[in-house]
Design a protein around this ligand. Structure first.
Ligand code: ADP
Ligand code: MG
Length: 456
């Protein structure tokens, strides 16, 4: 695209956006150059660049494509960032992450894609048993080779790393192949843009834009469940890209087949590629993540010391959601740095009391009964049933004791779950075990083992 062509396009844009918009937002744009399918514009302020990108980006790209179809993306740069990075400005090359991570450099304003979190890279992703498959699949996509599975569908519960992996794919793809147009957005943003395009009668632009990307990533696809016309549009976009052999990555909170109110044809499309789940974190993975975050924190707070066992304690006690785990550590470090105190187990328990309480694992009476029956090699029916044989009665009392300790059930409720026994029977059992625990090493050990198994 030449300066002259850009001049002509500006005139066309004037007709579309009106005089005021034109003077404020389009007029100041200065074409800096085109390289690798990316057109770069100089803008006086990053605010202006952001605003134009958000409000007129699709329109400008659409117009630009009418004369220069090879341009896939437009970006805006401020004079400040140009001055600091003359090489990039000259070539109009895609931004490097190192430049973005540096706070002194104004970030490039990327067209289309939702902002990527610069902490969410493969480097910072800790791999363990529960996520190794998802990680391997994400890595494969990030290599950018020929498309082998389409789509890649990542699913799992909240805070298990779906978004992190998607951002990591986007970072790696764009750093390997800056010319690639990678579009990452949430399903919610997809819907929002769709609705906006409908309202502004810009469906052509919308379709154009989504069909011209090389890689499409849609996060939290379950959001479009029950939203019919968005699903319809998503389906068409999806098919158009698959037909062009463009890579698609989707995430959801559950497997495609299990998302309610999602059209069957979409479910089956989503199942066509590789479906991998992120399992709830286990102890080892949690510990690994805590250690890695802790290293980062110790750079930030070089004077803070942490007692042995704190990380292990947290890995044991905090739920599987990594976001909660991170939040706990952040608070812990912030608190400890305020009071200028070593991070001890006491401090941890104090400072995180609410989080620890909230993530206490809820154990059910049934689970306890099953585990205890298993442990003593008796049948569940014998433990709950009326037999008074000692070999059944003792495990029964152990189970009652654990129910009292580990659940919030009352004695009458527990009695009811043990074959309709009276609450005094339960009370007697609980007291008996409490006594035995102090005298009988075997019982004490049984209780310890059972408690640990039940706490997971
Ligand atoms: P999801 O999208 O599945 O709800 P996120 O990707 O947003 O979860 O992850 C929540 C937080 O936990 C993020 O800050 C992310 O960096 C972190 N996280 C999740 N899994 C890992 C992991 N394996 N290694 C390091 N950080 C992780
Ligand atoms: Mg997410």
């Amino acid at each position: 695209m030449t300066q002259e062509q850009w001049g002509q396009l500006k005139q066309r844009l004037l007709n579309t956006v009106g005089k005021n918009n034109y003077t404020n937002w389009i007029e100041p744009l200065e074409l800096s150059g085109v390289k690798d399918g990316v057109a770069t514009f100089n803008v006086p302020t990053s605010f202006l660049g952001n605003y134009v990108s958000q409000n007129f980006g699709d329109l400008i790209l659409y117009q630009v494509n009418s004369i220069a179809p090879e341009i896939r993306r437009i970006q805006f740069r401020t004079a400040a960032s140009t001055a600091r990075d003359p090489e990039a400005a000259k070539s109009g090359a895609a931004p490097q992450r190192s430049a973005q991570a540096n706070n002194n450099t104004e970030p490039d304003i990327r067209h289309n894609t939702a902002p990527l979190d610069e902490r969410f890279t493969f480097d910072t992703f800790v791999v363990g048993k529960p996520n190794e498959l998802a990680h391997a699949a994400a890595k494969r996509v990030a290599e950018g080779g020929p498309v082998t599975f389409n789509p890649l569908f990542l699913y799992g519960g909240v805070g298990l790393g779906k978004t992190h992996l998607m951002h990591a794919i986007a970072w790696e793809l764009t750093s390997r192949q800056p010319e690639l147009s990678v579009l990452y957005l949430s399903a919610e943003q997809f819907m929002y843009r769709f609705v906006q395009a409908l309202r502004d009668r810009k469906m052509m632009d919308f379709k154009e834009m989504f069909r011209s990307v090389d890689v499409l990533m849609v996060d939290d696809v379950q959001f479009i469940a029950g939203k019919e016309s968005t699903q319809e549009e998503f389906f068409h976009t999806f098919n158009a890209l698959v037909d062009q052999n463009k890579q698609i990555v989707i995430s959801g909170d559950r497997a495609p087949g299990e998302i309610e109110n999602l059209e069957d044809r979409i479910k089956s499309r989503l199942q066509c590629g590789l479906v991998v789940d992120l399992h709830p974190t286990d102890y080892e993975l949690r510990l690994g993540i805590l250690q890695s975050k802790c290293e980062q924190y110790s750079r930030q707070y070089p004077d803070l010391r942490m007692s042995d066992g704190v990380l292990e304690f947290l890995a044991h006690r905090i739920s599987t959601n990594v976001r909660v785990l991170e939040g706990a550590l952040t608070r812990l470090f912030a608190f400890a740095s305020l009071v200028g105190h070593e991070i001890t187990l006491e401090l941890t328990q104090d400072c995180l009391a609410d989080i620890l309480r909230a993530s206490e694992r809820k154990v059910s009476v049934e689970e306890i009964q099953r585990q205890v029956a298993d442990h003593y090699n008796i049948r569940l029916s014998d433990m709950i049933g009326p037999k008074r044989l000692r070999s059944f009665a003792r495990p029964r009392q152990v189970a009652m004791y654990l129910c009292k300790q580990m659940t919030s059930r009352s004695l009458p409720e527990i009695g009811r779950r043990f074959g309709g026994r009276d609450h005094t029977t339960v009370m007697h059992g609980v007291r008996r075990i409490d006594e035995l625990r102090a005298q009988d090493a075997q019982i004490a050990e049984d209780l310890e083992i059972l408690r640990r198994t039940l706490e997971g």
